[in-house]
Each structure stands twice: as C-alpha cells, then as structure tokens.
Design a protein around this ligand. Structure first.
Ligand code: PMV
Length: 324
C-alpha cells in the first residue's frame, strides 16, 4: 500500500474542573466530568504515515527515537477499525516540556489521534477522533476543541454516550493563564497511577466523586452565565479537593513542591489585595493561575517574585486541533 502521511497540530489544555479517577473497563472513561481551557503557546505537531512492510511503529519525538508503546496502543485501535496491518512512522515535534505537569500528553494524543485517523482514511470529525484520543490520554479528547471545553463520560458501559463539546464558543471572558514553573524534574507519579491509587486507597475518593459532580454542574452554569469569579473560585476549590483526595492515598500521592505552596500563597495574597487570580494544579508541581488579562502583568510580577518559582509563562486561550 502507498504511504499517506498526515500531520495534525494540537495545543495542551488546562483542566479547571478535573478528571480524576476512571470508570471500570478498558475504554478509559473518566469517573468525573471535566471542564478545560485549551491554551495557545505550546503545541505539538505530529505526522503519521502507515507504511506497508513496516512491522513495528517507529516513534520519534523532536528527532529522537522513543519507546512507541503508548503510541502503538492507540494505533492498534485504528488498525483494528480499518483492517490495516502495517506499522506507522510517527514523527512528533513538540514545544511542550514532557512529564512535568504541563499537559504534554493532552496535546500529544490529540495530534496523534487526529493525524492517525486521517492517515488511515477514517472520519476525522471530533466525535470519532475523541474516542481514540481519550484512549491514549483521557484529557487529550478535550484538546481536539478550542477554548472552553466540557468532557462528559455519559452513563453507558460501551462509551457510546461519551462526548466532548465546546462550551460558550466565542470566549466569554478575556482571560489568561500564568504558569508558575516550580520544578523541571519529571513528575513523581503519572496521572493514571495517581488517580488509580487514589481510587483504590483514599478514604476521600467517594467524597471527591460526589463533590466533583456538583462542581461540574455549578461551574458550567457559572461559565454560561458569564460569572468569572464564581467559576474560577469553584475551579480552585475543585483542584484542592482533587489533591486532598490524592494526598490521603497510601502511599500518599503528593504533587506539590514547596514552591507550589508558595505560589498558592501568592495567589491568595493577590486576591486579598483585590486581584481576581485563582490557581489550579494537575498531576505535577506547577501552579497555573487563571486571571483576567487586564490583571496579567500584576499576576506575572507577583509569581516571579515568589520564592522557588523558576520561571513564569503566560498563555491565552487557543484553538482546537487541526490537520495541516
Ligand atoms: O489525561 P490524563 O490521563 O493524563 O489525566 C489528566 C488528569 C489531570 O490532568 C490531573 C486532570 C484533567 O482533567 O486533565
């Protein structure tokens, strides 16, 4: 068969209402519905070409050969759907630092799944591609879309009512995300291992699931009503509840570093002084601060002056994934 190479580009997304925990089964369905913001700035461009005669997938990231294990796992689903038997050459170029909690996998698997579907001749509408993206990394399905995005697992065991959708297209608020980089080391525990351990051992996992469902409904309403302060406050609280449930696991799942806590204090001091800044953090030590763009210079300066913060990176809302 001739090679048809396709390239897709995707940006990371930041979860404001978190997915933390999986439903039983192989489909990688989240136990909680989530809301995210796709960001500009960092991006991943991935080229996929299925090649007759290639027995294994060959994966390169920024020119260096890498283990293709997770790539192959996702491409196997595409091969199963299409009857393709050959391996693929996957060449990914990414500006997102990997495994430090900057959502590199969300951009990576969104770009990979879109490029793979196109290269294999499968439909490339978001609903179809999202099923593949989610299998690679739960949060990746959200990066297929731009701006504010909701991801809902639905109720069916076969995942047939799983959806991702753009919320409030047109961007209701002029917001920025300022990332306080607190560590360049790889995260201690992957998000999958962290959430599985939380589900298996944390006495607070049940409480997390219950309050996450309420947070999703309330945050979506605040977003649709244009109430930024209410939305961002819910997001910050949702993040703390996710981490509280994780910290209570055995052994503990603790992603914060001292500088993460210092950045959180800075955000609270900013708020006490009248600036509407709100933090969130994922499976890593970086503090990510949501604010209105008019307040961005003040937030950047305060984070820069925070002990232990290595760098400050500001981002704006970004578009969904596209084929190049
Ligand atoms: O997409 P995964 O499997 O890496 O999990 C993402 C988990 C969080 O980033 C912590 C939360 C989220 O909703 O993205």
């Amino acid at each position: 068969m001739g090679v048809k190479q396709q390239t897709a580009v995707a940006h990371p997304n930041l979860a404001l209402i978190k997915y933390w925990g999986k439903r039983p089964g192989e489909l990688n369905l989240a136990a909680t519905d989530s809301i995210s913001l796709t960001l500009d700035g960092y991006r991943t461009a991935t080229a996929v070409g299925f090649e007759g005669g290639l027995e294994q997938d060959v994966f390169t990231l920024n020119g260096a050969r890498r283990s293709a294990e997770r790539v192959t796992k996702m491409l196997d689903l595409v091969r199963r759907e299409t009857g393709l038997r050959c391996g693929a050459r996957v060449d990914s170029r990414s500006t997102v630092p990997t495994a430090v909690g900057l959502a590199s996998s969300s951009a990576g698997f969104a770009a990979l799944s879109l490029a793979a579907c196109a290269a294999a001749g499968l439909p490339t509408d978001v609903a179809r591609v999202a099923d593949f993206a989610r299998r690679g990394s739960g949060s990746a399905a959200r990066s297929l879309l731009g701006g504010w995005v909701e991801m809902r697992s639905g109720a069916h065991d076969d995942g047939s009512d799983f959806t991702v959708g753009e919320l409030a297209p047109g961007n209701p608020w002029d917001v920025s995300v300022v990332v306080a980089l607190t560590s360049r080391k790889a995260k201690r525990i992957s998000s999958t291992a962290g959430m599985n351990r939380t589900a298996a051992t944390s006495p607070y996992y049940g409480a997390w699931l219950e309050s996450a469902a309420a947070d999703f409904g309330n945050a979506k309403r605040a977003l649709l009503e244009g109430d930024f302060q209410a939305f961002a406050f819910l997001a910050e609280h949702n993040c703390l509840k996710m981490h509280a449930s994780a910290i209570a696991s055995t052994p503990p799942v603790l992603y914060f570093e001292p500088a993460t806590l210092a950045a959180i204090r800075t955000v609270w001091e900013l708020r006490e002084a009248g600036t509407g800044a709100f933090f969130t953090a994922d499976a890593g030590p970086q503090a990510k601060v949501l604010c209105e763009t008019k307040d961005r210079p003040r937030v950047e300066a305060a984070l820069r002056a925070t002990a232990g913060v290595l760098d400050v990176i500001a981002m704006s809302p970004g578009p969904g994934a596209w084929l190049r």
